[in-house]
Design a protein around this ligand. Structure first.
Ligand code: GDP
Ligand code: ZN
Ligand code: ZN
Length: 598
């Protein structure tokens, strides 16, 4: 036996979206304009931001060299005499090695010379002043103390007494920083910055010292923007700071080296851009620990005693920040970019859809002059809105549709009747979807030439009973042709429905009712159309024809099959059909909601 392909149909099928094409010049033009705008923006972004490139962040190394000399007048003791002599500071004196991409230039300092380990009086402050030993506590040390207290109160100078401490003596004085800064001339120092960069995945290396570099150049924003030698004063001028002010207290300055490299051979460009940024707090408020300083000690031995010179160093730390990207054409990046922009083309439809939504229902409701241009376009939009969306009502046991021949719309009733006649329930208006009448117009060829003529005298009697208005029709009947329901009491209200809302002619008296609903030939055709070999001469034929007639009426009056399934036939029609195709025994089961059926 040959093996059969068991692959489910769904696996090998393709579901695609069905769309509605609106033939409208104004919407078509708007769509084209939006599409053109989107395309222009996408191309513009592609070229200006080079989105066809693969970008990589720079990795780098930095090396700096500071040069310059400064002269500082310092007090020295020569032959037992205090003298002020000029001292020259060179690179080794004023630079300190720092970790990372930073270098430090000392601009000011406070020195405490000849300190040695021992006990001495603390520098007088409001915390260290004392009157007697009681004010001092042995072993105590505060965060600002210069040593550990011995518990004694000793004379510092004159009649000033402070607690004695075990520390480096003499204790460092808490003095004001010298102004102007001692190394104010550091403004003229120069720094040479060597920066090597690498883009590993593009296999590209580069440095900021370009071929033909002039060793005597000095960086200038416009005149020499590529020179890697910077005058410290110029850096501060660029950021709008006063060098002398910063030099006194110290500070932190950022030197940014930005590499924006285009590594494509047809538009190669890769050179650094230097920018400066003050990184510390500019507001020099005494209480907020301004500036930048640290302590540094030089140790030496004098007559076998270990001594040190303590320096509180104020200066400027320069942090070099290297960042940037290198980009090179990459086909995958281009494809990813194109893919990411495809959704933008949907904007046109989205926008027009929004316009249709906005200027349909809400706008039409507020229209006063139905024939103004605005209202006309609203009506058109409403039409498009109806065409584009299909409202699907949840099929429920309580859902029913009702149609009156004197109303253009159908009514939707979605509630329990609780003893009320269906005729009297208001319901919600739903537009009637008309069947394509061109299809219907083909039917006459199958219809009888003349309406069925009753042969039996009982049939004449029956027909006349339903074609002539009855004097004793139920209270809810408006056409005079309805009959009371024969269903159990609790379900009767469902069949208490007339073909009209207001009194008038009954739909069963219309010619079309006879042709579309009652014609046995049309009904037989309809049944055989679905089941060509159906036996239509058995006892069950009347039932089949009756049910088919119900269906024909529902499809005719309610249009769509979705509504027809839940449509309730008016009593007059129901009984007219039953008269035509009766059931032996006369006990009819009535409407069953599709939700109750298996
Ligand atoms: P039966 O032939 O003894 O079952 O009784 P009926 O002549 O009342 O027909 C019952 C069948 O017709 C069921 O399938 C019902 O759903 C359907 N039917 C009866 N009344 C209505 C109605 O008002 N609207 C719809 N859509 N179907 C109906
Ligand atoms: Zn009626
Ligand atoms: Zn009627």
């Amino acid at each position: 036996m040959p093996a059969r392909c068991r692959c489910p149909n769904t696996c090998l099928s393709l579901k695609i979206t069905k769309v509605i094409q609106i033939q409208n010049l104004w919407f078509g033009t708007l769509k084209q304009l939006i599409l053109m705008g989107t395309l222009c923006y996408i191309c513009f972004a592609l070229v200006t931001d080079k989105l066809y490139q693969k970008k990589e962040s720079v990795i780098s190394s930095v090396h700096t060299k500071v040069k310059g000399l400064a002269e500082v007048n310092e007090e020295v003791i020569q032959n037992g005499e205090k003298k002020v002599v000029p001292i020259v500071f060179d690179t080794a004196d004023y630079t300190f090695s720092l970790q990372g991409n930073s270098f430090f230039v000392m601009t000011n300092f406070l020195r405490t010379k000849g300190q040695q380990r021992g006990v001495c009086a603390e520098y007088p402050t409001h915390r260290t002043l004392c009157h007697s030993d009681k004010n001092c506590k042995q072993g105590w040390m505060g965060p600002h103390s210069k040593g550990i207290q011995t518990g004694k109160c000793v004379v510092y100078k004159g009649n000033q007494k402070t607690c004695e401490v075990n520390a480096w003596c003499p204790a460092e004085a808490t003095a004001e920083v010298p102004r102007p800064a001692l190394l104010n001339s550091a403004e003229n120092f120069t720094v040479f910055i060597k920066n090597n960069i690498d883009f590993p995945s593009h296999n590209f290396t580069m440095r900021n010292i370009l071929p033909g570099f002039n060793k005597t150049c000095i960086f200038h924003k416009t005149k020499d923007p590529l020179c890697p030698i910077f005058r410290l004063g110029d850096i501060f001028r660029e950021t709008g700071d006063n060098f002398s002010e910063v030099a006194a207290q110290g500070g932190i300055m950022g030197i940014e080296i930005y590499w924006d490299c285009n590594l494509d051979s047809w538009s190669f460009h890769c050179s650094p851009q230097y920018r400066f940024r003050r990184l510390d707090d500019k507001i020099t408020n005494q209480t907020l620990y301004p500036g930048y300083n640290f302590r540094h000690a030089k140790y030496y031995t004098e007559n076998g005693v270990e001594k040190r010179t303590l320096t509180k160093v104020f200066g400027i730390r320069f942090d070099i920040l290297v960042f940037g990207t290198g980009g090179k054409f990459h086909i995958i990046s281009l494809i990813v970019y194109i893919g990411s922009t495809l959704s933008y083309f949907g904007l046109a439809t989205l926008f027009i859809d929004f316009l249709i939504d906005t200027y349909s229902s809400t706008c039409c409701r507020s229209c006063v002059y139905r024939y103004c241009t605005c209202c006309k376009s609203c009506v058109i939009n409403e039409y498009y809105d109806r065409k584009k969306c299909e409202v699907i009502i949840e099929p429920k046991r309580t859902l029913k549709y009702v149609s009156f021949v004197d109303e253009a719309h159908v009514r939707m009733v979605d509630e329990q009747l609780r003893g009320r006649s269906l005729q009297n329930v208001k319901g919600k208006k739903v537009p009637r979807s008309m069947m394509d009448f061109r299809e219907v117009s083909r039917l006459p060829q199958f219809l009888p030439d003349s309406p069925p003529t009753p042969e039996q005298p009982e049939q004449i009697q029956l027909l006349s009973a339903v074609t002539t208005p009855r004097a004793s029709s139920p209270a809810w009947c408006r056409c005079g042709h309805c009959l009371p329901s024969q269903l159990p009491k609790d379900r009767q209200c469902l069949e208490e429905l007339c073909c009209r809302k207001e009194p008038g002619a009954c739909i069963t008296t219309s010619e079309l009712f006879g042709q579309l609903v009652l014609s046995p030939r049309a009904l037989r055709f309809s049944l055989l159309y679905q089941e060509p070999l159906l036996a239509l001469d058995s006892d069950a034929t009347d039932s089949l024809l009756r049910h088919c007639a119900y269906r024909c009426y529902a499809t005719w009056r309610f249009g769509s099959p979705d509504l027809a399934d839940f449509a309730i036939l008016p009593s007059c029609c129901r009984w007219r059909i039953r008269k035509e195709f009766p059931k032996s025994g006369g006990q009819y089961s009535g409407f069953k909601s599709p939700c109750l059926m298996e």
